[in-house]
Unconditional design. Sequence first.
Length: 379
Amino acid sequence: MRVSLPEYMLAYPTVFAVDDGYQIFIPFSDEVIVKIKVGDRWFYDDSNGILRSNIRIHKVSVPMEPLDQAREYTVAYRKMIQRKPYFPTSEEERCLTVPFRPVEGDELHLYMISDSHNLTAEPIKAASYFGDKLDLLVLNGDIPNHCGAVENYNTIFQIASGVTKGRCPVVFSRGNHDTRGIYAEEFARYTPNSNGRTYYSFRVGKLWGLVLDCGEDKTDDHAEYGYTTCFHDFRLRETEFLRELVCHREREYGAAGVKYRLVISHIPFTMLFPEPFNIEHDLYREWALLLKEKVKPQLMLHGHLHKNLLLEVGGPEDYLGQPCPAVVGCRPFGIGENEDGGEKHFIGCAITLSGQKAHVVFNHDSGQIIGETDISFQI
């Protein structure tokens, strides 16, 4: 039975896994103040003790273990009537309690959506593949078409809401189209991040993951960016992060209980691209080598190409030393003049991790299976 959303709430909460905790995001139509109860404790969307209302997309950080144990959380909020310096006024409090299922067990069901470019209904239909058995939703970049309007961020939460209803975790990766537009500079305000960084590790159940962010797909001096990017320096900082991460095996990918190691990156950075997309060979080669020699991931997930591909280690697309098999998972249709045109559709990617393999299914939003394959993990 579908439960209607309370007034002013535009979507169900999205529970993002970041580092060793959760970041819960909720979009609203009006100015509200928000808090979330997990067990007996309240957590707040505040700025140094001041509850935020001058924003429409709210974020509340909660520790992972209490929510995993409580298996539900309650969102409480008040619409502000007038935020006066003295005696501000607000409406009565509204609440929504959401059941939550943490990632558990040895067999895990993941669904990846990337490159939906403002499509919502079609990727939501495709991602219904696992139904209530979905353990983790992966949003792997270019979910909005660009960040020229703050409302475009709502696409992220509409898709996550339609697929998860706030009941299971989500992992988010930034794509290159997400870097475009005036609100891209406030990305960390409206999407999950680790202390402002759009690259980070995460741990849910027996799955350890790493989100990498390639930024844009051309050099910073390309005319398309109009002198507004410094992604080479951004990637240098990300390289330092990766060098530091591999020095902490025991608390990261080698921690007790880790069974699966996953790397998520919108751009498949070990491929050779034609000009002007042929960039950062030295840095990306180092990324691949660190992953291969230290992290030893079993699977990488990519988007960007608008294709459904399996990239084999040492295959024709492996230019910089791919550390493990990789899946390029999603295809949008009818979203622009460079696509197939006509009726809008979407092909996404369902992944089951079990034992020493991943079963990968590419499925159309109509329910049709486009292709499937098994990937054996490297030991």
